[in-house]
Each structure stands twice: as C-alpha cells, then as structure tokens.
Design a protein around this ligand. Structure first.
Ligand SMILES: Nc1ncnc2c1ncn2[C@@H]1O[C@H](COP(=O)(O)OP(=O)(O)OP(=O)(O)O)[C@@H](O)[C@H]1O
Ligand SMILES: [Mg+2]
Length: 256
C-alpha cells in the first residue's frame, strides 16, 4: 500500500518544493515507484521537472474539479518509476470555487484512491498557507513532513500548523502521523543555524522525530530548477544531492 506524504509548512520558502522534487527523484532512483502531486498554483515543482506550465491540459486543478482522472493527469517523468501531476496558475481559483462544497477538504483524498496502491510513495507539494489546498493535502496524507528552515523565526507559526494537523485528526478520528521534522537550508558554520536546531529540538522535546539528515544550504539545489531538472540529475555530485539521497535512505529504513 502506498504511503501518501504531504510536505507542509505555511511559511514560504522553507524548502517544501525543493524537498518534494529531490526526495521524490531520489526515491525513484532507489527503485521506488513515486508520484508527486503539485498542489500549488505557483507550479514550482512542475517547472522544476521541466514541464511547460502553459502547455499542460490536465492539471491538479482539473483533477480536483473532476474534469480529469488521476491516471489522465499524471505525466511520466524521464526516469523509471516517477510520475508528476502538474499544476499551474489555473489552480489559484480552486479554493474559492470548491470552498462552498460540502466535503471540499476530502476531494484530493478521494481522487487519488485509484492509484494509491500502484505507488510506494505519493508526495504532495502545497502552497505556503493553511488554506483549502493544504487541508486537502493533510486529509489525503498518511503522514506529513514539516521542513523547517534553519533561520530566525523558524518556529513562528508552528503552533498554528500543529493545531491544523490536530483539527484534521479530530475530524477524521484517525491519526495523521508526523513522519518527521526536516531541517533545511542548514549552514553548520553559523551559530544561528545551530541555535535554531537547538530550538527545534527543545520545541518538539522528543515528541516528534527529527530527521538525522539535515539539508545543507547548497547553491546547486537553488540552481537546478532554472535548468529544469531535479538537483540529483543536474548535479549528482553536489552536497544537495547527497543530502536528499541520504534522506531518502533514512525514510526507506524507517518504513522497512
Ligand atoms: N537547501 C537549499 N539550499 C539552497 N537553496 C535552497 C535550498 N532549499 C531551497 N532553496 C531555494 O530557496 C527557495 C525556496 O525554496 P522552495 O521553493 O523549495 O521553498 P517552498 O517552501 O516550496 O516555497 P513556497 O512556500 O513559496 O512554495 C528556492 O529558490 C530554492 O531554490
Ligand atoms: Mg513551494
């Protein structure tokens, strides 16, 4: 049975998309079957895979409004076992359009059911908000990964995020497992980064798993989207690649 993982944090720019793209690709390279759903109107994950946003017909938007099925919407990437559900700005009206429907938070969970068992992992990339798209991702997810940027203000908003996850759990009367907290944009040379890691440890105080793998601040990770490739393919030797492959192995080991 596939595991659906949403990578969430309403804070912008903390590495959600970078983690989705590079973790999904790393897992596919490690022979897992992986689907990445771009549920962000910015379509950054879509671009990162070199998919032309203006040219796609079926998107996560058409999927949510049930104009296309999940199998019609997913695109095979040029790497065995990796598929993408693309997104573009067309998704930006979805929160308003779908918001009034009863059960609008459950749509994603429902529409991905037909392929859940065909994948080992299904990742969901969400926008930086706790709106309807993020709620759909949390409802659809078996677990969430929370990326936290090793910078001042990193923990601001964390209580709201945890509250939202709890709310979903209460409504579903089931557990949304926090798979782990991922430290991103980490620079081991700075005191600030080390302080933030200490703060994160203290905040979660052993209650949540903090991935052993930290993602370093690495220029290749930032460059790769402009070359329309995941970093693992753009620069297989980079420190960014190494970190995401290590994270993928850590996750496989957890699940194994
Ligand atoms: N480890 C890293 N090292 C260097 N640059 C990074 C790293 N992680 C992310 N970036 C860069 O930081 C910016 C924000 O990252 P990313 O888009 O992954 O964040 P996000 O949480 O998805 O943002 P948003 O909330 O807008 O969706 C991007 O330009 C990305 O290339
Ligand atoms: Mg993003």
């Amino acid at each position: 049975m596939g595991e659906v993982i949403a990578i969430i944090n309403q804070k912008g720019g903390c590495g959600k998309t970078t983690t989705n793209v590079n973790l999904a690709t790393s897992l596919a390279l490690l022979d897992k079957k992986v689907l990445l759903i771009d549920l962000d109107p910015q379509g950054n994950a879509t671009t990162a895979f070199g998919i032309e946003k203006s040219e796609i017909k079926n998107t996560s938007y058409s999927l949510l409004i049930k104009d296309s099925t999940i199998t019609e919407t997913m695109i095979p990437y040029n790497l065995e076992g990796l598929f993408i559900v693309p997104s573009n700005i067309g998704l930006s009206g979805a929160e308003r359009e779908l918001g009034n429907l009863i059960g609008s938070e459950f749509i994603l969970s429902e529409v991905i059911q037909p392929v859940k068992d065909s994948f080992d992992y299904i990742f969901i990339d969400v926008p930086p908000s706790l709106g309807l798209l993020t709620l759909n991702a949390i409802y659809a997810a078996d677990s969430v990964i929370i990326p936290i940027q090793a910078e001042f203000y990193a923990l601001e908003g964390m209580l709201d995020l945890l509250k939202t996850i709890n709310l979903v759990e209460d409504r579903l009367k089931s557990e949304t497992n926090i798979k782990g907290i991922l430290i991103t944009l980490y620079d081991s040379r700075t005191n600030l980064a080390r302080d933030v890691v200490a703060d994160v440890n203290e905040f979660f105080n052993g209650k949540e798993y903090i991935f052993k793998t930290k993602i370093p601040r690495n220029i290749k990770l930032a460059e790769a989207p402009s070359r329309r490739k995941p970093c693992i393919i753009y620069d297989p030797e980079s420190a960014g690649t190494e970190a995401y492959v290590k994270l993928a192995k850590e996750i496989i080991k957890m699940d194994g």
